[in-house]
Each structure stands twice: as C-alpha cells, then as structure tokens.
Design a protein around this ligand. Sequence first.
Ligand code: GLN
Ligand code: ZN
Length: 806
Amino acid sequence: MSSTDHPTTPVTPTTGPAFPGGTVLGYPRIGRRRELKRAVEAFWAGRTTAAELESAAADLRLATVRRLVELGLDATDGSVPGSFSFYDQVLDVVATLGAVPARFTGLLDESGRLDVAGYSTVARGAGDRGVSGAALEMTKWFDTNYHYLVPEIGPDTPISFVDDRFVAAFVEAKEAGVVTRPVVVGPVTFLALSKAADDAPEGFRPLDRLDDVVAAYADLLRALAAAGAPWVQLDEPALVTDSVDATFAELSAAVTTAYGALATDLAVGTDRPAVLVAAPFGGLRSDAGDGLALLAGTDVDAIAVDLVKGAVPTGAVPGLAGKTLVAGVVDGHNVWRADLAAKLDVVDALAGLGAGGLAVGTSTSLLHVPHDVEDEVFGGPGTPGTVLDPRLRDWLAFADQKVVEVATLARGLAEGRDAVAAELAASAAAVASRTAAAGVVVPAVRERAAALTDADFARGSYADRAAAQAERLDLPPLPTTTIGSFPQTPEIRRARALWTKGELSDADYTTAMRAEVARVVRLQEDLGLDVLVHGEPERNDMVQYFAEHLDGFAVTANGWVQSYGSRCVRPPILWGDVQRPAPITVEWSAYTASLTDKPVKGMLTGPVTILAWSFVRDDQPLGDTANQVGLALRDEIADLEAAGIGIVQVDEPALRELLPLRKADQPAYLDWSVRSFRLATSGVDTATQIHTHLCYSEFGEVIGAIDGLDADVTSVEAARSRMEIVPELRDAGYSRGIGPGVYDIHSPRVPSVDEVTELLRLAAKSIDPRVVWVNPDCGLKTRRYEETVPSLEHLVAAAQAVRATL
Ligand code: GLN
Ligand code: ZN
C-alpha cells in the first residue's frame, strides 16, 4: 500500500464509550530501577512498615501511569492500563475475592480481606501470624518465564467481592489526572488456572464455582463504574491454550455464562465499564471456524487478539459489528523493534472482518520485556561501563519503545500514514539495518548448518556406548555425583562483583575461582563422591555465562524482567548467527581434572535452555537458531573430550518450558528441540558419556522427547514425588542411565541416610539398579555448605548401603 492510501478509519462502537485508538495490554510493574523489588523485600525483612510499602507502591503506580501518558497514551479515555501488582496478578484476584485456601482464612480480617502482610504470606508461605502453611504453588504463566500463584478453590472457599484494590488504584490515578483501564485476570481464566482445594470432594472442579466468581466480578465491575472507569480489561488467555484442564466446550460454556452475566446483564456506563476481553499468547481456540466467533457472540465491547503468535483472521465474523477489535500487532513478548508499515498492513487486512472499530495494541502485556532501551547507555544506571552496542540498541524496543510504537500506529490508523511518515521510515530503516548488519548472517555458520546430515544427529548403539563407557570409567554400581553447581558463597559473589566493577583484575578473579574449584574438588573427594564437578563458581547464571562467551549474543545492564514476586531475570539477547570464538569451559574442566584421579564431568547448558531464557531473534525459525547453538556446543564438547574429560553433562531444564501451548504445534517443537540437543552431543566418541539434567518430575508430553535426547544418563527431580518418575520413564521405553534426585535441594532440610536409602530402594524396585545414579534433585548453588555437606554425606552413605545389598 502506498502512503497516500487511506487506512480504515475507526468506527465508534454502538454501545459504550469508544475504545482508545491504541493501548498496551499491561506494563512492567517492578519499576525502572526495580523499586518494587526493593520496597517489598525491605517490608518482608521487617525494615519498613506496611504504610511505607503502600506509599512506595503508590509512588511507583503514579510514576508509571504518568510515564505512559508522556510516551503517548491518552490520559482521559482508558488507554493507560492499570496493571500494578505487589506480587502477582492471579493473587490479586484471590485477594479481591477473599478466595484463600482454608489454611489461610485466619489471615482474613472481619470483612474477608488480606492486608499486605497477609497477602505476602499467601504468596510466600509462613508459620507466623497464627497460621501455618505452605504458600500457593507457583507455575508458569502460559509460554512466558513469568510464574503465577495457583489458586486453590473448593466448594467452601469464600468467594465474594471483598477487596477494592483495583478500584482504589483507579481512583488514585484518576485523582492524579490519569483515567486508567484496570487490568484483571478474567473469571474464566482465573478458574481454569485454579486447582481443586485439597479438601474438595472427588470430581469437584474449580469451574464449578463460576457463578459465584462471576457474581463477585459483577460487583467489582459495578464498583469500577461507580468510580468512573470507562473501560476494564479482563484477560482470558485460557482461551488460547490446550494445556488447561477444560475442553473447548467447557470453556465456551463458561465464556457464555460469564460474559452473559457481566456484559449482557449489566448496563454499560451505569452498572459496568465497557469491557475489553484480551486473549494474549496465541490464536483463540475454536472447534470450527474462526476462534473469534466465541467472544464475538457475547456482548463485550472490545476484543484484543494476539496477531504476533495467532493467525490474522479473515472473513466476516458475526457479532463483531458492535465491537472494537484491538489488533495485537506489537510483540509484547520479545524485544525487537517493529516494522511499523508492515504492522499497519496487518491492521488494514482486518477491515473485512466487519468489526465496529479497529484499534492497535500489543500482543501481550509488556510485563515480559524490560522497561527501556535508553537505560542501556554508557553511564546509565547499573553496571558502570556496560553499554549495548548502539547499532543493536536501534533494533530493539523494550516496553517504553513499544508504547511509542503503539501510539504511532494509532495515529497512523486515525490520521493516515502520511501523518506518521517519518516514524514509519525510521522503523523501516532500523529493520533494514538489522537485516543487513554484519554478524546477523555469518556465511560460515550458514554453510556449516546447510551441510549437516542425519549422521550428525546420531550416536552409535547404546549397548556399545555403555560397554565402552563402563570400561573407561570403571564406576561402582549406583555411582554418586552432583548436578554441577556447589554453593555460591558470599565470597564468590563478592569477588565477582568486584571483578565486574573493575576492582579485581582478570588474573586475580581467575585465581580466586580456581582456589574455589580446588576446595570443591577436595570436598568431593573427602565425601567419597564418584564423579566430580568443578562447582561452577565462575558462572553468574547458567545461560548468561554462555551468552557472554558466544558470538551473536548481547547482555544488558538493566534489562530486568519479573520472573515471579520480587524475583527478576536479565535475559540475554540472541541477535545474530551464533559462533564460539574460543573454548569456554575447557580450562576450568581441565584444571579440575588435574586435581583428582576421579572422573570429572564437564558442564554445559543445552541449546533449548539457552533459547528459552534469552530474547531470541525473530527473523528465522527457532530450530535454525537452536542448531547454531548446538554446533557451538558440539565444538565445546569436542574440546572437552580432547582435554581428557570423559563425561559431559548438557543441562536442558527448560525443555518442557518452551513446549507450545497448542497440541498441534508440539510435535514440530519436540522435533527441533531434540535434534538441537543431539547435534550438540552426537560428535563424541563411544566411550564419552553424555549426561543431561532436567529440573522437573512431571514429564507429561515431553516424556518421549527425553528418551529421544539419547543421553547416556538423565538426572531429574524426584525426591518430593518419591521416585514416581522412574517407572514412568521405564514405561515410556527409557532404558539408559537415570539419576532420580534423592535430595530436595529446594529445602534447607538435610535428608537422613534412611530417607535417602528408602528412596534408592524405591527406584531400584522399578528399574534395573545397574542403570541408577545417585544425585541431588538439582544444582546446589542456592544452598549453604551447612546443609550441603551433611546432605551429601548422607547421600554417599545411602548409596554405599544399597550397593552392599545388590
Ligand atoms: N548444572 C546446573 C547447576 O548445577 C544445573 C542448574 C539447573 O538445572 N537449573 O546449577
Ligand atoms: Zn535442575
């Protein structure tokens, strides 16, 4: 389309206020300087009062809504999302409804509300304030690295509108001059993500409480209307995934019930704000026809669809005429700057759907990207001297840049492309510069990938490998080992901080880390472990460490993203073709091997996990990028082998995490992910033993893929689930080495020799004991030596006891 053509003009919907021309579905809430993290942690530590925390949060909320207006969202019409949370947006609904599990009802005040301390207790667990009990379980939020708290709903769980946090935040912003759009997890998604309370009768499902939840939401909507909110956003991502425990027919019935009661039965403007339902993280599910039809068949006023992950719908959708369709064209889940003209083309392509109005939005909340690319400049906050290559900065859009993109697109939509010609040209130039830049396409990398054959993805028969490895390694039955990291002590952290600041030289830092390796080797020998590790003291993080040593990656100084609660991660950015300029871990492993006669296990992070915990280029299939990482790791493994290392572990804790939300997309994912691991690990000699490690105990859809990795030994989390995984893997046909974790490293508790022995006997009952390895559930980096040493002593003693009975 030429710039003189006129795009579709938004049409005012027939009911309620007009939807804004552009919006974002949510914004990071941890604060540009992680203010919220500091405020809640200070409160938890008892250093500040609840009032001080509330006041810090209010400052942050107001700074956020003002910033969004400054960036171009309208201050008067509900464009600005009200998406603050102290800890988690699902917990906010639990609090709003007073829907806490029975073990926490003692925290509710006489009106059924949680104060901020009680709210924290439900999130984090506690034994104080007259209640005791485990925190709500935490799990992954759709296909992001954000984790939400899983509500526990039973027939008697209190559910009513008791807490006005959404209303109060709206009023607070309005009084400061910004009319926001409160963002609330929708009723269907809230219940679809809940689990049945422990004391619920057999057959009870949280969705059975839909009427009660909807009645409470109706009260919330009335309160928001009374406070003057023109719009409310209800997020219903449960409608895009196959992984919730509900059929499409059940979800459809729930949507019809919920939005009948909320949209049809309440009068817009008087009883409720206009309702936007947002469906991020993929295309809407359907049995037949367009997934939009379900929501279009309700009386909600606007629907936000994800047009980055979901297909662009075509053809008229009945029921859309009275509604605004919010086109989620700006990627809320990745960091690349958009080609704005191409995004307007997508919006224009929606003209045939017959929507009453079109608006521009992000595909998801911006919770999943860092705040601002402008913070990645020399002299910016954070690490002095760290600066992103300005060329790379120009290709990126973090949350603030995405708000500007949306505002620009909205202007383009309303006023025509000429009105934003300069912005469109600038975005096209940035995208073109990225495409053409050195390093984005490296011919040598492409040629090597193109020359791969099936043989590069396969090792010899397992029987031959097992025989050669047994001969080379000469290990006892039930060999003992650890997953890689040893405790990261305050001394290690201090040395790294000084080194990062330039106050410790490279040589002094290396000397300090080598001394740590030597200490850890001596400890493992004293403990009597059979396969030793170097302990990973030199690694800040299992992905960032490799990103810092591979071409094609950049790391940020301030690119923090909330992972859960007050915890943030700083994902590297994978922008170009990946190559290994030099060996990464070989000197560490070779040094370790020089200190002991025991076998030493080299330690690498696998391609899928490196992708899962980075922002990855969006200009080629993920499988191609994974193979580039796989080739770099393959070279690393070859060098480890040449240095005499006989065992290499390639960790893939994120294998299940990247699994697509839709079943139809899963086989292709499992295929490329398994292939990238095999590409990394298949170059080795028969006598070299490949281990992998996975951080979970429920394998579900990935169980076949775990066998497909073809590792010689697979270690998994198993202590808490009491070795259940062992028969599951056996039944799935897995017959190679298996290290079910016998020490739950998530807890400071030291397991006794008897407990570990019992777990080993359980494992040995369901599988040939000769394939069983003895190891903790995961790495020890978050533990202290006080717990680690006795736990490992017990682990070794138990292995010896069970060995004696074989
Ligand atoms: N080798 C890593 C460690 O021990 C594995 C960490 C993980 O599985 N998340 O720390
Ligand atoms: Zn792990």
